[in-house]
Design a protein around this ligand. Structure first.
Ligand code: WT7
Length: 651
């Protein structure tokens, strides 16, 4: 392999290829590679033509004049168009056979079940939109939603969209401090929450967190509280009102506001690698078209499908593929409130069996947890209703992909590994299940209208199998429009490095077939003796060892090599940690990648520090590996005890 220390090297060679099954391809919207390529070419050469065809499938109160106006880095889509997102998710279906089908199937962690048909959901959204109006929450106002994954989260989001209020969902696992920061940045005037929510059998005191966040005064003047867990809470006179009480004062008539295509839909905060969270702003028309067409083509979604995206509504995946994407397509979306291992590690499989789920969309971190908990939990259940599997959130290790395909998909479900970001709003690089052969670990090829490239530091596209930075050339409909109240940061962060090209922050390579392999965040790239190595490949090599469940690799400053490789490894249930195994793992990486990538140190860990959305926090591991005390921001950490355990000396 040629060494060029400006580029990221890529050593992982995954040769397995899975062709779409004939049976699946025959029924799919996109049936073969040639059809994909034809449509893709059109979408790049004539984006206006492609996207207006997609947009015409939706309902507009006023047709757009112009598809795109691009004054880099600012894009406007469907200019002059007026529409309403909630009308596209609800009203649009009420004149069809869909009015009486389930829009939302929901299960609470304690086991309650609810079904809302399109007609019922429409009514609830209209009523709650009237509650918002009654509380002087109008068009353009910002509203924080701090709710668990219950139907009311979708109702609240859709109600905001109906009147043109801008929602900002804050993940229910975040603390009072995080809520306060987001209120402050967004200038929200209202907040929607619940008394509490269920998590691993306990109650998360949502309202109490809100009270703490609002202490001392903020811009929030009204708090609407949904009664979920019936835990005791304080209601602040003049500020707090009950959701169910408010409903008594309103009727169910609420026509959808005709909103400009570029009207702000939501702000979603995402942690930057350093410091202050960024308020990613999405708008109405382009976002709708993006999530509508990705849900349609990537999941090849059908009227009779029950679609389960396991993400919390607090993440962009929950916005685009729990709520808006499936409903815009008139599908049935399944929502689950709780943890995957409550009361036992087979909760997901039980849900799939009982509800006959057809499409499952989850994260690699969850898949690795299932592997660790053992196959016996899966084997107890009939998963034959599944016809398609998806993953998102991180590079999926080929071994985890194979496990998912075999044990969950019964070797007959296509697996779509979908690459995208909070900023992109919708899926960007992905297999289309009837058309694109998959390779475990690769997100494969770009979605329609998306023009990604892997470039060197000068912005020049690199050759096949050479690593570099992943960029997107030009705008796409569901792209972020700015960072809320920080346009300078928007320009600098995403558009300053390569003119008119969006910088994703990820490293990647393209193989000889043009397939994209994401090697991780650029910030995580190691530099070992002049070799720039992506962490995900070394991690995948470790995970391919039979005894390993999960691995995180970081660099530690090293006088000789610049950085040395430190691997934190979680073993499968029942495997003993031993020094021999450490040696074996080092050799295993040597065989799979090469001597250069062999970890200098292997540390066994009971668990790895993760964000609440399941991303490994390599930044913290880096500090631990170099013996420093963890000093950076840990507010997004899921389980604090993990850190203390990691910092304790071994043996
Ligand atoms: C980052 C975005 C987009 C929904 C959830 C995460 C990583 C995401 C993949 C994938 C490899 C992936 C990237 C990306 N990522 N999907 N299929 N393969 N990496 O949203 O929190 O904004 O994170 O997640 O590093 O930049 P997010």
């Amino acid at each position: 392999m040629k060494i060029d220390n400006r580029n990221i090297e890529s050593h992982l060679k995954e040769k397995r290829v899975f062709k779409p099954a004939k049976e699946f391809a025959r029924k799919a919207r996109i049936k073969n590679l040639a059809q994909y390529r034809r449509m893709y070419r059109e979408s790049i050469r004539q984006p206006d033509k492609f996207w207006s065809r997609e947009a015409k499938e939706l309902s507009w109160q006023k047709r757009w004049r112009k598809v795109l106006e691009w004054k880099a880095p600012f894009a406007k889509w469907f200019i002059g168009g007026k529409l309403n997102l909630s009308a596209n998710c609800l009203d649009r279906h009420l004149t069809t056979h869909r009015r009486n089908k389930a829009a939302i199937l929901w299960e609470g962690e304690p086991g309650e079940k609810r079904t809302l048909t399109y007609q019922q959901l429409h009514r609830e959204v209209c009523r709650f939109a009237n509650v918002l109006k009654r509380n002087k929450i109008g068009k353009g106002r910002r509203v924080i939603i701090y709710l668990p994954t219950i139907p009311e989260a979708a109702i609240a989001m859709l109600a905001c969209a109906r009147i043109g209020a801008v929602h900002s969902v804050v993940f229910g696992g975040f603390s009072a401090d995080s809520i306060r920061d987001r209120i402050h940045d967004s200038g929200a005037i209202a907040l929607i929450t619940a008394d509490g929510s269920y998590r691993r059998g306990g109650i998360v005191p949502l309202k109490k967190n809100v009270d703490d966040a609002l202490r001392g005064g903020t811009s929030v003047k009204r708090v609407i509280v949904f009664q979920r867990a019936h835990n005791e809470i304080h209601m602040e006179e003049g500020r707090d009102v009950w959701w169910h009480r408010e409903l008594e004062y309103v009727d169910d008539n609420c026509p959808p506001a005709a909103l400009d295509s570029e009207h702000p839909l939501y702000i979603l905060y995402t942690s930057g690698s350093t410091g202050k969270p960024k308020g990613i702003l999405h708008t109405t028309g382009g976002y709708l078209v993006g999530i509508y067409s990705t849900t349609k083509y990537v999941f090849d979604i059908r009227d009779e499908d029950i679609f389960w995206c396991t993400a919390d509504v607090g993440w962009v995946t929950g916005h685009s593929y729990v709520v808006y994407g499936p409903l815009a397509n008139g599908a049935t979306t399944f929502m689950y409130e709780g943890a995957p291992n409550w009361p036992e590690p087979d909760r997901f499989w039980k849900i799939i069996e009982q509800n006959r789920i057809n499409i499952l969309y989850t994260a690699p971190t969850a898949i690795r947890a299932f592997i660790r908990w053992g196959d016996q939990w899966v084997k107890k259940h009939d998963l034959s209703s599944l016809r398609l599997l998806g993953t998102v959130g991180e590079p999926i290790n080929p071994e985890a992909w194979i496990w998912y395909h075999k044990n969950i998909g019964g070797e007959h479900c296509p697996v779509v590994d979908t690459w995208w970001q909070t900023e992109t709003g919708a899926i960007m690089i992905t297999p289309l299940p009837g058309a694109i052969p998959t390779k475990p670990g690769s997100a494969t090829l770009p979605f329609f209208g998306v023009d990604p490239a892997v470039v060197d530091p000068n912005g020049k596209e690199v050759g096949a199998n050479v690593g570099g930075k992943l960029i997107i050339r030009g705008p796409w409909p569901s792209m972020l429009r700015t960072i809320y109240r920080d346009t300078e940061r928007y320009k600098k962060q995403y558009w300053s490095e390569y003119k008119e090209n969006y910088v994703t922050g990820d490293g990647a390579r393209r193989d000889e077939d043009g397939y994209f392999w994401i090697v991780g965040r650029i910030d995580d790239v190691l530099n070992v003796a002049g070799h720039r190595l992506g962490t995900s490949e070394i991690e995948s090599a470790l995970v391919s060892h039979v005894r390993v469940a999960e691995a995180a690799v970081v660099g530690r400053p090293d006088e000789l090599k610049g950085q040395s490789v430190v691997a934190f490894v979680t073993l499968k249930s029942g495997v003993d940690a031993s020094n021999d195994l450490k040696g074996e793992l080092r050799d295993h990486v040597g065989v799979h990648i090469g001597a250069i990538a062999k970890p200098d140190e292997v540390r066994f860990a009971e668990a790895l520090p993760k964000t609440r959305s399941g991303k490994i926090m390599r930044r913290l591991l880096k500090e631990i590996a170099s013996g420093a005390k963890v000093s950076g921001d840990t507010t997004t950490l899921e389980d604090f005890s993990v850190l203390t355990k990691l910092a304790e000396p071994e043996e």
